[in-house]
Each structure stands twice: as structure tokens, then as C-alpha cells.
Design a binder for this molecule. Structure first.
Ligand code: CO
Length: 135
């Protein structure tokens, strides 16, 4: 089993990215790491650091996008948990062997350029989960 090294980030769906960035800076001293608008994924996203930890804030570029649909049905809040692994292909093979349902059978390029793959929430007690290759 490819053991996760750490939690890489927690992803949060937000209805106001600028407002959320201000809130996290004010309340928790978060600092901006990256900000990226990715048209093909329909997201306006930011990664922020809180000490050594990281949050990924996900705003929707439209209602008919994955994050837009999430916001419409669930509202703003926790979206996914991402685990950092050394070998993402080995991790995906192990997840399949363990019976997990993958959303991404093979790694793809994530919002901030890292290789990522998502695991279906039905396999993780309702939590959409992501594996991220160590940079
Ligand atoms: Co993520």
C-alpha cells in the first residue's frame, strides 16, 4: 500500500474567492501561495498556506461547472481532502486493488500543475478525495 505522506490540502468550495481570501487572511493569518483561473476546469482557484498546511479555495466560473454544481446543491464548504503520495501511479493501483472507485483512472494535471487523481466519495465515507504526486 502506497501510504500517504501527509494531507496536501483541504479543498473548499467558495462563493466569493476574493472575500474568502480576505477572511482566511484576517481570521487565520493565511498567505496566498498561488492563484489560478483555469477556464477548462471552470474554476477560479487559490491555494493558501496556514503555517505548514495548505487550503485550496475553489470558486466557480459558471453554474454549469463542477464547482458551480457543487455550490448549487451543497452550498459553500468543504469540497475534498487531498493526500500527498510519492508515487501516484502506485497509489492508484493500490486504491483499485483495495476496491476504491476512481474518478480519474490515470493521473491528470491539476489546477496548480501537479499530477492529481480523484477518488469517488462513495469509497471514502462521503468525502471526495484526491491523491497528489509529491512535487
Ligand atoms: Co485539490
Amino acid at each position: 500500500m502506497e501510504t500517504a505522506r501527509s494531507i496536501h490540502h483541504v479543498g473548499l468550495a467558495v462563493d466569493d474567492l476574493d472575500g474568502a481570501l480576505e477572511t482566511y487572511a484576517t481570521l487565520f493569518g493565511a498567505t496566498l501561495e498561488h492563484r489560478s483561473r483555469v477556464e477548462e476546469q471552470g474554476v477560479d482557484a487559490a491555494s493558501i498556506r496556514v503555517g505548514e498546511s495548505r487550503l485550496e479555495l475553489l470558486g466557480a466560473l459558471g453554474e454549469d461547472t463542477p464547482v458551480g454544481r457543487f455550490l448549487a446543491t451543497r452550498g459553500p464548504g468543504m469540497h475534498h481532502v487531498a493526500y500527498e503520495v510519492d508515487d501516484i501511479r502506485a497509489a492508484l493501483a493500490d486504491l483499485v486493488d483495495a476496491g476504491a472507485q476512481l474518478i480519474d483512472e490515470t493521473p491528470r494535471r491539476g489546477i496548480f500543475g501537479l499530477e492529481v487523481a480523484f477518488v469517488h466519495p462513495d469509497s471514502v465515507h462521503g468525502v471526495l478525495s484526491e491523491v497528489v504526486a509529491s512535487a
